[in-house]
Structure formats: structure tokens, C-alpha cells
Design a protein. Structure first.
Length: 344
């Protein structure tokens, strides 16, 4: 896209991690010939890199004809999707963790060291140059599960209005259901991890007393309990305690989800002030690059606003602590079952 807009093959440093021959310390292409040999990517085929907030180029006459954008308008580098989402949520300190409730659910925090990824988190580039995003393990098809269940309840012929009404009713009823949903638990492996291809998602614990609201709440509890475990493991690996949780993404619009997250994690949980945090974060990169704001801290202060905070409830914290101990061990029993059924 940058090449089509500017005529220059340039990209942001913050787009490259993992399989690329990038030097994590300098955020530039590696100087080690073995890195190119290992990845199969010769240096001359790789784009030139600039930092988030720096210019990628300007709109060419050809791009102007195709898009209507004025010739010469500067195009600024942003960052990868999670990095701009974190920026747009106002994440700026190491004592806060961001829980992103999207189709793929993950938690992340900031750091200034290019630490080696561990079994409990991996390191990515953040939006602010010189900082890094530490990202937990996550849930694939996370909030997809909520959308799937909403559509299932609404029916095949449901309109968007019907689906919204169905979700509102589920929210209202789920708020009245007890923590733990009468023993109902949801396992969220609808898309099995590559290292455990036999895993499956499951609803466990029906006894005839639960209804659709319990199923809905159980999905939300499964998300919160799973991510609570990932966040706790990332805390221990980093030697930190996250005093505050920010929640972003479509799932953050659920009042029930927000309160469950606060109760499971037992700490104040704040909704991000804007639902499209990634779009806002990208705009903030351009705001700093263009000089609209003099630095990143000012951009965060001026362009982000906190949403409402949900406070943990002591009785629910106690309940979820006990439920969480059981939930953490469920796969010890289901993994052998699914491994066995996958061979059938």
C-alpha cells in the first residue's frame, strides 16, 4: 500500500518480528549474514525501514488520480495491529496490562528491553520507538465464539436488529446467572493449537438447570479464566504485578464481560475510551510525526480518554478463585479424551 501511495518501497520497523531477519535491539535489518540464510530473505529484497511517526513518503500524482488524495500529502508510518491498539488505549506504563477482546484475544504490556521471549509471552515492537510490547498467549476464535452463540440463538433468519436484540437479552439474563453457571464450563479450543491438533472446544457440566443465559455467561467466564491464567503467568515471567487492567475490542462493550474480568483478575478493570483503539493509535503516530503533538506522552494525554472502571466484588473474587483452580485442570482430563476420539 505504501508503495502504491508514495512510489517508495518503505515500511515501518514495527511491522517486523518473528520470522524476519530483524535485529530486535536496533529495530533494523540484521548485520548477521546467517540471519538472511536462515530466513531465506536476501537483504536486497527487503524494504527500507523507518520508525513509527516518521514519513514513509508523500502522495504521488498517480496515487492522487486513483484516490482523490492531494498530491504531496505526507504518509506516516504506524505499527503492527496490537501495537497501535495499545497506543490508542493509552497503555504507557509497565504496571498496566491490556486485554484485547477481539476475534483473537491476547493480553499485552509494555517494556523497554528487547527481552527474549519465554514460554509465557513473546516480544513484539511497540508503537513508540525504543519500546516493546510483551504479548501473552491468547485465544483463537475468542470473541468469534460470542458472535457464533448470539447468531445461533437469534436464528438463521435474524436481521442485524434481531441479533442486537438477542445479545441485549443474553446480557441481561447472564447478569442474573451465578458465577460458575451452576457447574457449567466452556473450553475455547474451537480452533485447535498446532501443537495439539486433537483439542476441541466443549461445554461441560450440563445438569438440566442451565439455559441459554448460562451458556452465554459460561463463554464469557471461559474467556476471562483462560486469559487470567495467561496474564498471571506473564506476570510471574516478567517479575511484575499489574495493578490495572485495560480492556479493548468488541468484547469490552459487554457490561457482564467487564465485571467478570474484574472479578476473575481481582483488580480494577477499565474499559478503553474508544472502541476503534487501533485506528486511533495509527492516527496518533501521524499526529506525532506531523508535529500536531510534540511527543508520544502528549499525544496519549491529549488523544486518549479512559472509559468506566469496574471494581472487583469480594464475594465474586472468592467464587472465581475456586472456580479458576478447577478450570485450570479441566484439560488434564479432556486432552486424553479428545486425543482418543480424534483417532476414531
Amino acid at each position: 500500500i505504501t508503495g502504491r501511495l508514495t512510489g517508495r518501497l518503505t515500511d515501518t520497523r514495527a511491522n517486523y518480528q518473528g520470522v524476519w531477519p530483524i535485529d530486535q535491539q536496533t529495530a533494523d535489518w540484521s548485520t548477521d549474514p546467517l540471519a538472511y540464510e536462515a530466513t531465506g530473505m536476501p537483504r536486497h529484497l527487503l524494504l527500507d525501514l523507518v520508525s513509527p511517526g516518521e514519513r514513509l513518503g508523500t502522495i504521488t500524482p498517480e496515487a492522487s488520480d486513483a484516490t482523490g488524495l492531494p498530491v504531496g500529502v505526507p504518509v506516516y508510518a504506524t505499527a503492527n495491529d496490537k501495537a497501535v491498539e495499545a497506543l490508542g488505549c493509552g497503555l504507557r506504563d509497565e504496571d498496566t496490562v491490556l486485554l484485547s477482546l477481539g476475534t483473537y484475544i491476547a493480553a499485552m504490556t509494555l517494556g523497554t528491553a528487547a527481552e527474549t521471549s519465554s514460554d509465557d509471552y513473546w516480544v513484539n515492537f511497540a508503537s513508540v520507538p525504543g519500546t516493546y510490547l510483551y504479548e501473552s498467549h491468547g485465544i483463537r476464535r475468542g470473541m468469534w465464539t460470542v458472535s457464533w452463540f448470539r447468531d445461533l440463538v437469534a436464528g438463521d433468519a435474524a436481521t442485524d436488529v434481531d441479533k442486537a436484540s438477542s445479545l441485549a437479552l443474553l446480557e441481561h439474563q447472564a447478569a442474573q446467572a451465578p458465577a460458575g453457571c451452576g457447574g457449567l464450563m466452556t473450553l475455547l479450543d474451537w480452533l485447535a493449537p498446532t501443537e495439539m491438533p486433537y483439542r476441541r472446544g466443549a461445554f461441560i457440566g450440563f445438569d438440566g438447570t442451565q439455559g441459554r443465559a448460562h451458556l452465554y455467561r459460561s463463554i464469557l467466564e471461559g474467556i476471562a479464566l483462560t486469559m487470567g491464567g495467561h496474564i498471571n503467568r506473564m506476570e510471574r515471567a516478567l517479575g511484575r504485578h499489574f495493578s490495572t487492567v485495560i480492556v479493548s475490542g468488541g468484547g469490552s462493550r459487554s457490561e457482564v464481560m467487564m465485571q467478570i474480568v474484574a472479578d476473575v483478575l481481582d483488580r480494577p478493570t477499565r474499559r478503553a475510551g474508544m472502541s476503534d483503539a487501533a485506528g486511533l493509535g495509527a492516527a496518533m503516530c501521524a499526529a506525532v510525526g506531523s508535529g500536531l503533538h510534540p511527543d508520544w506522552d502528549t499525544a496519549i494525554t491529549e488523544m486518549t480518554a479512559p472509559g468506566p472502571t469496574f471494581t472487583p466484588r469480594s464475594d465474586q473474587v472468592t467464587a472465581y478463585r475456586a472456580i479458576g483452580e478447577t478450570y485450570a485442570r479441566v484439560t488434564d482430563f479432556t486432552d486424553p479424551l479428545f486425543a482418543w476420539t480424534s483417532r476414531a
